[in-house]
Design a protein around this ligand. Structure first.
Ligand code: NAP
Length: 492
């Protein structure tokens, strides 16, 4: 069993309270590591390190191009350590190694490279203000120490999406991963040491959300909170930040619709729908968990979907032959099974799946079959609540207006998929759907260049792209007078 320390000011520490939290391997159901249970004194240590690195430098005083070069080296460190980091994430939260390792080596490393390139391109503007003899210009400046709080479903991905733009923009960072999957974030800190960042520029505390997390959000030296998690947690964190008038970025949950129109390529659509939810066992914020089918293709799409699901292999996430890995933690496993039972009680019809299973080689892990419910109505809990598991709710519609109305009948607005051969119709529907991302004849794509984020209760602020970097900066307006004749305001 591995016992971790937390990382602050470039040094590893035991928690002051001398307590650790068990971390479970979801494939075996066994404890495999212990992560520090940080409390207020540990958080204070990390935040003061971040403050010193920001205020006293060198991070804040460094030339932006030099900072960019260091952020670039973080990308190199990620590539070098991808296999080891991926192995820990696979062990700790059940992410399939065939997804995580190539992801770290390519597009997650690209995140550092992309923002490294932007570090010295944060331009302001010169504004022709309506005041004589005056030069006015704006600057984009970092906030200072920022808190980055991440969810358990993709700890490394979410951490990199936050720290790459935050650091490149000149902020310093204190990360707090979920108590359910903190090991890979601590390993990330070790990997990033390769880049020789100045101490205190990036720090990570672990422990419970309402202890370490809350202390971090409420620390007076934290100037911005970037949060990824559920709506409930997000609302609490946003309220705590607001009490200190701190800005926040909220990346929250979803109940994203996949709309299959009558003219769609049905094989493409069925493949895309299955790929949009089942490989990560539904544990993705943008999982397409509501399937809206035109009545004329309803049965045919479900037939194809059943065939696809039938071929899915559940198993150990480290096995390259595995299609669907485990549920990342026991509380979530139990919540999903309870949601399945509740869907049955409210009258949805179980088409396939619905059971916990024990795949060969992982008899004690937390696995749930890919599950499809039909005859779901819009007011059912199953159509409204984010299950965050491999559970697809199928609804039907008869025309485009009804399809858009059903798609928008949700408090969430994270993503949506449209499957049709008619591009003009798809573009028109995309304009009417309330979602931060709309996919047409594809699903699940995300790259560093394009912003992601939510409408409605799926959150606010954006990650990735140039917007993702601007979110970590604030605007300063500078007024320079070129008129030497400042008059006495009180002269007669
Ligand atoms: P969560 O329960 O809201 O927790 C998110 C993070 O907040 C965890 O690190 C948690 O720590 C911490 N936390 C909890 N209470 C806190 C408090 N009072 N103050 C400060 N931090 C606190 O969410 P989750 O169950 O980890 O993640 C699943 C959710 O994340 C789903 O809804 C999913 O859709 C969403 N998600 C969204 C995106 C996106 O980009 N939009 C991406 C991935 C996931 P502990 O776990 O230690 O309590």
């Amino acid at each position: 069993m591995k016992t971790y320390q937390f990382y602050a000011n470039g040094v590893w520490h035991d928690p002051a309270g001398g307590e650790w939290v068990d971390s479970y391997d979801p494939t075996t159901g066994e404890v495999w590591a212990a992560i520090p249970r940080c409390r207020e004194p540990d958080v204070d240590l990390a935040v003061h390190a971040a403050q010193a690195a920001f205020v006293e430098g060198p991070w804040s005083r460094m030339r932006a191009s030099a900072r960019g070069r260091l952020v670039h080296r973080l990308g190199d460190a990620l590539v070098t350590h991808a296999e080891a980091l991926g192995a820990v994430e696979t062990r700790d939260n059940g992410k399939r190694s065939v997804d995580i390792v190539p992801g770290l080596q390519s597009w997650l490393a690209d995140s550092f490279y992309y923002y490294a390139g932007l570090a010295d391109k944060l331009e302001g503007t010169a504004i022709p203000v309506d005041v004589p003899d005056m030069l006015n210009y704006t600057r984009r400046e970092p906030y200072g120490p920022v808190a980055c709080i991440t969810a358990w479903n993709s700890p490394l991905l979410i951490a990199v999406w936050k720290i790459a733009p935050a650091l490149a923009a000149g902020n310093t960072v204190v990360l707090k991963p979920s108590e359910h999957a903190s090991a890979s974030t601590l390993e990330l800190m070790a990997a990033l040491q390769d880049a020789d960042l100045p101490p205190g520029v990036v720090n990570a505390v672990t422990g419970l959300g309402d202890e370490a997390g809350q202390s971090l959000v409420e620390h007076p030296l934290i100037r911005l909170v970037s949060f990824t998690g559920g709506v409930g947690g997000g609302a609490r964190v946003a309220a705590a930040a607001a009490r200190q008038v701190k800005p926040s970025i909220m990346e929250l949950g979803g109940k994203s619709p996949q709309l299959v129109l009558a003219d769609a390529d049905l094989t493409l659509a069925a493949n895309g729908v299955a790929a949009g939810i089942f490989p990560p066992a539904g544990q993705s914020c943008i999982a397409g968990s509501r399937l809206l089918l035109h009545s004329s293709v309803h049965d045919e799409v479900l037939e194809k979907l059943l065939q696809i699901v039938d071929g899915a292999v559940l198993g150990a996430p480290a096995d390259p032959g595995t299609h669907i890995g485990p549920i990342a933690n026991r509380p979530q496993f139990e919540r999903i099974l309870a949601d399945i039972e509740s869907a049955k009680v409210e009258g949805a019809s179980l088409l396939c799946g619905g059971r916990a299973v024990s795949p060969p080689g992982a008899p004690h892990g937390w696995f749930i079959e890919p599950t499809v419910f039909t005859q779901v109505t819009p007011c059912m809990r199953l159509a409204r609540k984010e299950v965050f598991g491999p559970v697809l709710a199928v609804l039907r519609f008869d025309d485009d207006t009804e399809a858009v109305q059903l798609a928008n009948d949700s408090e969430f607005g994270l993503a949506a998929g449209i499957w049709t051969r008619d591009a003009a119709r798809a573009v028109s529907m995309a304009e009417r759907i309330n979602a931060g991302t709309v996919y047409i004849n594809n699903y699940f794509n995300a790259t560093t260049q394009s912003p992601v984020g939510g409408f409605r209760q799926s959150g606010y602020g954006r990650e990735n792209g140039i917007e993702g970097m601007r979110a970590f900066t604030q605007t300063k307006s500078v007024w320079l007078s070129t008129d030497p004749r400042q008059g006495n305001p009180f002269a007669a």
